[in-house]
Write a protein that binds this ligand. Structure first.
Ligand code: UDP
Ligand code: MG
Length: 319
């Protein structure tokens, strides 16, 4: 039943231009919640949509008690939107899921069962994943890479159907990082986590909101947000290259004396190749340093991860 003031369960769903899915999402979600004995609420976060998402949500809200709508002032990205939902949520258990129905709401009771068993963080991994082959391959590589460099071991970083207890949510909210990756951050605050398999479906309507560039940004958030390892790698690679460069210089010097000046002139091109290699390496290194510095810059500015525009409650526009 929808809890008016003290829900036990909060559902948080970020939505960015999901007009094609709002009605079906609400239908399936509320059908599932009707069977949940604890009091609940649903917090839909409209992440600055430019289509009819907000309008449709408000229409749903008129006939669905327990549906709360947070409108962000601009597009803040999926993780910013989830953060805003966290801040607005009041339940002891908070479950997030995508609004495109790729995370079937029908799996929610299985997460609830894990909460009832006393787990404070319910991670998930997708079985029978319905995405493009490229996305699946990219996820596999990322999961492995991130586990290796951050030491955070999650089977599936990308699945957003997850459960967080209030303690974990509050922990996350105390870290108002401008750009973060919630499933990874959550592991720092969990005492008794568990991971369960969940089903995955094809996107119901509309298109993926992630371009290749946005995906890349997400990978960088994960990589630089949870580890200094790339910086260390930079140092190692740099040292290796410097040693190799020195050795090569010595070799060229020796060859110059053995083979004479004639040879050295012809070696100019080899030197060019070597030069390009080192210059490339330096740019790479600078880029990586810049990435961290940029993030430090963002952090010291303490820009918020999201900006709430309006909060709508059920019955707001009742006569
Ligand atoms: N989303 C959002 N803000 C954004 C991008 C996405 O709130 O800037 C939401 C989107 O509406 C969806 C969820 O995040 O509910 C996952 O997005 P999407 O399905 O496009 O990602 P994919 O499944 O392709 O990884
Ligand atoms: Mg999706």
């Amino acid at each position: 039943m929808p809890g008016e003031t003290a829900p036990r369960l909060s559902i948080v769903a970020p939505m960015y231009n999901e007009a094609a899915n709002v009605a079906e999402f609400c239908r399936r979600l509320f059908a599932v919640l009707a069977e949940v004995p604890e009091p609940w609420e649903v917090v839909c976060v409209d992440d600055g949509s430019t289509d009819r998402t907000l309008e449709l949500l408000r229409a749903e809200q008129r006939r669905r008690p327990g549906l709360r709508v947070v409108r962000l002032a601009r597009n803040c990205g999926q993780h910013g939107a989830v953060m805003a939902g966290f801040a607005e949520s009041r339940g002891e258990w908070v479950i997030t899921l995508d609004a495109d129905l790729q995370n079937p709401p029908e799996e929610i009771p299985r997460l609830l069962a894990a909460f009832r068993e006393g787990h404070d963080l319910v991670g998930t991994y997708r079985v029978g994943r319905r995405d493009t082959r490229f996305r699946k391959w990219a996820s596999r590589v990322t999961n492995r890479l991130i586990t290796r460099i951050s030491g955070i071991s999650l089977r599936d970083f990308g699945c957003m159907l997850r459960g967080y207890s209030r303690r974990v949510v509050d922990g996350i909210l105390r870290n108002p990082e401008y750009r973060t990756f919630i499933p990874a951050l959550a592991t720092f605050f969990a005492a008794n986590p568990v991971e369960i398999p969940v089903r995955h479906e094809a996107r119901a309507g509309g298109d993926s909101k992630y371009s290749l560039l946005k995906l890349l940004g997400l990978q960088l958030d994960l990589m630089t947000g949870f580890s200094l390892w790339p910086l260390r790698l930079l140092f190692l690679v740099g040292s290796g290259l410097a040693v190799a460069g020195l050795a090569m210089a010595a070799l060229i010097l020796v060859l110059r004396f053995v083979l004479g000046a004639e040879w050295a002139a012809q070696g100019v091109f080899t030197l060019f190749a070597v030069l390009f290699f080192f210059v490339g390496g330096q740019f790479f290194a600078l880029g990586l340093l810049g990435e961290y510095i940029g993030r430090i810059f963002q952090a010291v500015r303490r820009r918020p991860a999201y900006l709430v525009g309006e909060v709508y409650e059920h019955g707001d526009d009742a006569p």
